[in-house]
Each structure stands twice: as C-alpha cells, then as structure tokens.
Design a protein around this ligand. Sequence first.
Ligand code: HEM
Ligand code: HEM
Length: 214
Amino acid sequence: MTYKIGYAWSVLFRLFHWAFALSIITLVVTGLYINNPWTNTVLEGSRSFPMATMRYIHFLAGFVFTAAVAVRLYLWLFGNRQEKFWDSAPITPRNIKNLFSTLAYYTYLTDRHDERLGHNALAGTAYLITIVLAAIQFISGFYLLYPESLFWQKWGVTLFKTQQQARFIHHILMWYFIIFAFFHLYIVIWNDIKSPEGLISSIFNGRKFHRSSS
Ligand code: HEM
Ligand code: HEM
C-alpha cells in the first residue's frame, strides 16, 4: 500500500486550534477558582490578591478564546476546502452518509473507514456544536464582564435575561468543554492508533497521509 501526503490544515487553522485549546484549559482552571477559591482567604488583600489575579488571567484568556472563535467563523467561510463549513457539517448527502458510516466505524460495527482529508462528518458535527456553544460562552462572559455596556446588555438580556442566569449558563457550559476535551482526546488518540493517517501530527504540521491507488 502506498500513501500520499495531503495538505489538510492551514497555519491559521492550527493557530486557532491551539489558541482555543490552551485558552480553554486556562479558563477552566481560573473559572473553577472564581467559583470556589481554593486558596486560604487570609491571602486576600494582604501581600497578594489571588482572586484579582485569577480574574485577570480569566479575562485575558477570555479575549484569546473569543479571538479564536472569530478566526474559526472566518475559516468556515474563507478557509481552505477542508476548513469550510460545508465540508464536514451534516448538511449534504455526502456528509450525512459519512456521519452514519463513521458512527458504525466508531462502534466497531464495521472495519471500513471512509477516509477523508478533512474532518469526518461526526467530528464536523461535534465541532459545529462546540463553536456555537463557544459563542454562547463568550457572550455570557462579556455580559458578566461589562454589565453596563448597552451592546452586551442587548445580547445578554435577550439570551439569558438576568446576570445570575448568565452566570449559571456560563458555569454549565464549562462542563460541556471539559467533557468535550476528554472525548476529543480519546477519539483523536483512538483514530491515530486505528488508521495510519497521522491525525495527531496533522494538527501540528497540517499534513495527513491518505491511501493512493498508484
Ligand atoms: C494535546 C491535546 C490535543 C490534541 C493532540 C488535539 C488534536 C486535534 C486534532 C488531530 C484535530 C483534528 C481532528 C479531526 O480531523 O477531526 C483537532 C480538532 C479540534 N480540536 Fe483538538 N486536540 C487537542 C486538544 C484540544 C482541546 C483541549 C480542545 C478544546 C477543548 C480542542 C478542540 C478542538 C476543536 C474544536 C477541533 C475542531 C477544529 C475545527 O474544525 O473547528 N482540542 N484536535
Ligand atoms: C470555555 C470558556 C470559559 C470557561 C470554561 C469559563 C468558566 C467560568 C467559570 C467557572 C466562572 C465562575 C462562575 C461561577 O461558577 O460562579 C466564570 C466567571 C466569569 N467568566 Fe468565564 N469562562 C469561559 C469564558 C469566558 C469568556 C470568553 C469571558 C469573557 C471575557 C469570561 C468572563 C467571565 C466573567 C466576567 C466571570 C465572572 C467573574 C466574577 O464574577 O468575578 N469567561 N467563568
């Protein structure tokens, strides 16, 4: 069997991925601290001010996270073929067929792997949901951060009504991202072992291997 190298992911896409992944890790750690400060409260307001530091890091990471989501939305429209919305969203007959064949492959019902240079449609659907939830997450975050801003109030009141409800949704969505990260890691490692595409290295160097008939 011979393999060809295909260029799957642009530099901008890979930068988005790592900005998104690393900002989420930072946001989860600092968010958990904001929710339930684990340091000795005697520290507060004396030599150090851990809550202020954690909130500051949370907001910085929040801006990186929001920029990453904006880049992903841009790539849905203007990225390369694999990065575009319709290449992996379950909206075309090709993708719907691929969604079911991937489900069968992941549940060990078949060994036939429908190889693609881009995401399979099951992954594409999960990523689509993730980016939509990420947009809800940053809207709730900015509504909490700038309660006096009319722009964020309009979005915040429409989507969440009160600040408290926005904070509750913001917290619940954190658990979506934590669970997503664990599933995501499991599935990319599983895929990397099962098929010789070089999936994990593709998110670093942009290239994937695919079977060539010649
Ligand atoms: C060491 C850690 C990680 C590795 C090796 C990794 C690897 C990958 C790979 C190989 C892909 C492309 C998979 C495909 O074609 O379906 C991908 C996509 C993605 N990863 Fe990760 N990932 C990591 C951490 C994370 C974390 C922590 C998050 C966020 C919680 C994340 C979010 C995403 C998203 C949203 C996509 C889809 C990109 C898109 O098309 O919108 N990743 N990752
Ligand atoms: C995946 C991304 C994010 C996660 C996991 C996350 C997590 C959290 C958590 C757990 C809290 C504590 C709320 C509570 O449970 O009481 C929090 C608070 C907050 N987050 Fe986020 N967050 C994220 C993104 C953002 C973004 C993009 C912003 C926008 C700047 C933001 C701004 C805020 C603000 C303003 C608060 C309230 C701080 C306070 O009350 O002192 N967050 N976040």
